[in-house]
Design a protein around this ligand. Structure first.
Ligand SMILES: [Zn+2]
Length: 302
């Protein structure tokens, strides 16, 4: 690239990347170094072009239309949930399907960003334990995203986000965690249990067979909105079946929820868990649940 082109590209990039800087301006945490980088690189137009290009990749998601752009929202959880380990594991697991491009953001409050619409689906992997959840702007933005056709995925304790703060969350998700308080059950003690496929024809579960996993079997979901049960498991404590994965629609959007995923091992101990998550996420994003290409047929066994 000659100098003139570089200068022109730099100017254009500085103009066009401006909206992407929204999160950096408002989120002093994970992306602050990016802002500092932009300021330093403002010394030269050509380098600024490169900086904005990098920042656009970080903030706006990939430009390729054949990719599934997923925003994985994490950064807060109950202390026993090590999101710094499980979030990367989730990302790897999804990106085993070559269509997935996952961006991880370690700040649930970023759900208030207008950039949400740059993604095909939002994957909730956080729970604001003993802290207020993302506020009204984030709640309204997420609800609008799903109502307008965005995909929404919730794994494990994310169904307990905004606990008691946002009644509509239960209507969006269909079922939410309600285990807090004396006498209220939450889940069977972490261990092995059998997940039984409840619908063997749905695109998310077609061809999958019952599988054993090591995880927490949630027994505390509440809600009465219609759900399409995909998989369930029988509690050793109350001898009842409880949903482990289900789908539903909200407005024009598709919602997929699984209670599986307490820790990294829960995601990796059986490859069917990963398959279920990939398919559920693809379905929520409105595309085929069959992968374009798997990089490894059993990538996470260990
Ligand atoms: Zn857990």
């Amino acid at each position: 690239m000659n100098l003139a082109k570089s200068i022109l590209k730099g100017i254009a990039s500085m103009i066009t990347c401006e909206p992407d800087r929204y999160w950096s301006h408002n989120r002093p945490g994970a992306l602050r170094p990016g802002i500092r980088t932009v300021r330093w690189l403002g010394l030269t137009v050509s380098l600024a072009a490169g900086a904005c290009s990098i920042q656009k990749t970080l903030l706006a998601g990939p430009a390729e239309t054949n990719q599934l752009r997923i925003l994985l929202v994490t950064g807060q959880d109950y202390p026993a949930h090590v999101w710094r380990e499980t979030a990367p594991a989730l990302r790897r697991l999804l990106e085993d399907d070559a269509r997935f491009k996952v961006r991880v953001i370690e700040d649930p409050h970023a759900l208030d960003s207008a950039m949400l619409t740059n993604y095909d689906a939002v994957l909730l992997h956080f729970q604001n334990w003993q802290q207020p959840g993302p506020g009204a702007a984030a709640r309204d933005n997420l609800q609008r995203f799903v109502t307008n056709g965005g995909g929404l995925v919730s794994v494990h304790f994310a169904c307990g986000a905004w606990h008691g703060e946002w009644p509509e969350f239960q209507n969006i998700m269909g079922r939410v965690w309600h285990g807090q308080g004396p006498g209220k059950p939450q889940h069977d003690k972490r261990g092995k249990f059998l997940v039984e496929i409840a619908d063997k024809t749905h695109p998310i579960t077609a061809g999958l067979t019952d599988f054993e996993t090591t995880d927490e079997l949630y027994t505390c979901l509440t809600g009465d909105a219609p759900i399409h049960l995909l998989a369930h498991a029988k509690s050793k404590v109350d001898q009842k079946y409880h949903p482990q994965a289900f789908s539903r629609e909200y407005g024009k959007g598709r919602v997929f929820l699984t209670t599986l995923g307490h820790d990294v091992f829960a995601y990796t101990n059986n490859p069917v868990v990963g398959e279920l998550l990939r398919r559920g996420t693809a379905w929520s994003a409105g595309v085929s649940t069959q992968p374009a290409k798997q990089t490894n047929s059993q990538p996470h066994l260990h």
